[in-house]
Design a protein around this ligand. Structure first.
Ligand SMILES: Nc1ncnc2c1ncn2[C@@H]1O[C@H](COP(=O)(O)OP(=O)(O)O)[C@@H](O)[C@H]1O
Ligand SMILES: O=C(OP(=O)(O)O)[C@H](O)COP(=O)(O)O
Length: 398
């Protein structure tokens, strides 16, 4: 981390307005945060700056709003959750730029903490629009980026601001990069990756390079369905991005050329409703009915996944194997997580897992503390693993 500007070199922040980019894109159910890991990880940066008398102004996104402000994706409830984690008040401004933001920032006292509304309520955020960067920068004197898990995005609040204001890496950004370098900088082979989850379109391209770096790629969750469909297996009503079949095919060709084994589910747990306790059954993957969804990988697949974990010296994992939030579709994820944790505890495996929902899944399985390292990042972690430069990190280099 010597090449990065960290909080150690930030100087006197007392009375300064410090814009802190955090990742508060946390799992929420029925309006409640179900896993606060990302909030807990950024807490040290927030309390350190506030403790030094800074006015700490938090910038964050939540979900992927399509057309401007969406009340369902407001950060207001997350301000309350952040306050509970930090143990001190966190104010909230209903806009991240303009008069409302300026008025809330103007009313802050030294040491106060304020969360601004979802930056993605403006399309200009994702476009890294210079005018929007100026509008954000108007409320700050210094920029601190503590959102490693959003550092693969070249957005206004993750990249643009760092060009506009004196910029520093927060404590979590620093810790994530150090821990990933330590755990995976020179991974012991065989390296096995497990990739699952639901963000198929934003993660599938990463797999093209990942197959060149790992010895085996186990694909589960929603991601697997796109690969299954690409090879001609009918996945019924499962989450599947059929238009990405050519990409999936290309990845399988690339993997064969690179000597990377691709492991797809051989069976699945199917249901007709996406809800806890939905009637379900295990079927061979070739026998998914047209009106059913695969919500978890089946027991034969779990045995195979655990076997690949046994063969690995290093495990890299992003994305749950099934819809783990709704029982009983958590079984495969829990089994694989517990298996990897036991191998890690026995000193036989270096296990690094990451992603907002993956962390929640490991917590649900009760094994997050038994992994070698758990990153808050999913996509960013995979891109780091690929060897890609992350825009939000590059811009912090001294
Ligand atoms: N077979 C499946 N069908 C539908 N959703 C799934 C399936 N498998 C996993 N998921 C969903 O994937 C989501 C997590 O995906 P993702 O956001 O890519 O992971 P992370 O946040 O760890 O990077 C979870 O909400 C989970 O319910
Ligand atoms: O949750 C996140 O990433 P992850 O699902 O890869 O862990 C980050 O907040 C980035 O969100 P994005 O993938 O909508 O840009």
């Amino acid at each position: 981390m010597a090449a990065f500007k960290t909080l150690d070199t930030i100087g006197n922040v007392s009375g300064k307005r410090v814009l802190v980019r955090v990742d508060l894109n946390v799992p929420v159910a029925d309006g409640k945060v179900t896993d606060a890991t990302r909030i807990e990880r950024v807490a040290p940066t927030i309390t350190e700056l506030a403790g030094k008398g800074a006015k700490v102004i938090l910038l964050a996104h939540f979900g992927r709003p399509k057309d401007g402000p969406d009340p369902a994706l407001s950060l207001a409830p997350i301000a309350t959750a952040t306050s509970q984690v930090i143990g001190r008040p966190v104010g909230f401004a209903a806009d991240c730029i303009g008069k409302q933001a300026a008025a809330s920032v103007g009313a802050m006292k030294d040491g106060d903490i304020l969360l601004l509304e979802n930056t993605r309520f403006y399309k200009a955020e994702e476009k890294n629009d210079p005018v929007f960067v100026e509008q954000l920068a108007a409320n700050g004197d210094i920029f601190v980026n503590d959102a490693f898990s959003a550092a693969h995005r070249a957005h206004a609040s993750t990249e643009g601001l760092a060009h506009k204001l004196p910029a520093f890496a927060g404590r979590t950004m620093q810790a994530e990069l150090e821990a990933l370098e330590k755990g995976l900088g020179n991974p012991v082979k065989p390296v096995v990756a497990i990739v699952g989850g639901a963000k198929v379109s934003t993660k599938i391209d990463l797999l093209m390079n990942l197959v060149k770096k790992v010895d085996a790629l186990v694909i589960g969750g929603g991601m697997a369905n796109t690969f299954l469909a690409a090879r001609g297996t009918d996945v019924g009503k499962s989450l599947c991005e059929h238009d990405l079949a050519p990409t999936a095919k290309q990845i399988m060709i690339e993997a064969a050329q690179s000597g990377c084994a691709i492991i797809l589910p051989s069976d699945g747990v199917i249901a007709r409703e996406f809800k806890a306790g939905a009637a379900n059954e295990v079927v061979a993957i070739e026998a998914v009915p047209a009106d059913a969804m695969i919500l978890d990988v089946g027991p034969k697949t779990v045995a195979s996944v655990n076997d690949w974990i046994d063969r690995a010296s290093t495990l890299v994992w992003n994305g749950p194997l099934g819809a783990f939030e709704i029982e009983p579709f958590d079984k495969a994820t829990v089994s694989a997580a517990q298996h990897a944790a036991a191998r890690t505890k026995a000193g036989k495996l270096v296990s690094v897992a990451g992603g907002g929902d993956t962390v929640a899944a490991l917590n649900h399985a009760g094994v997050a503390d038994d992994f070698t390292y758990v990153s808050t990042a999913g996509g960013a972690f995979l891109e780091w693993m690929e060897g890609k430069e992350l825009p939000g990190v590059e811009v912090l280099k001294a």
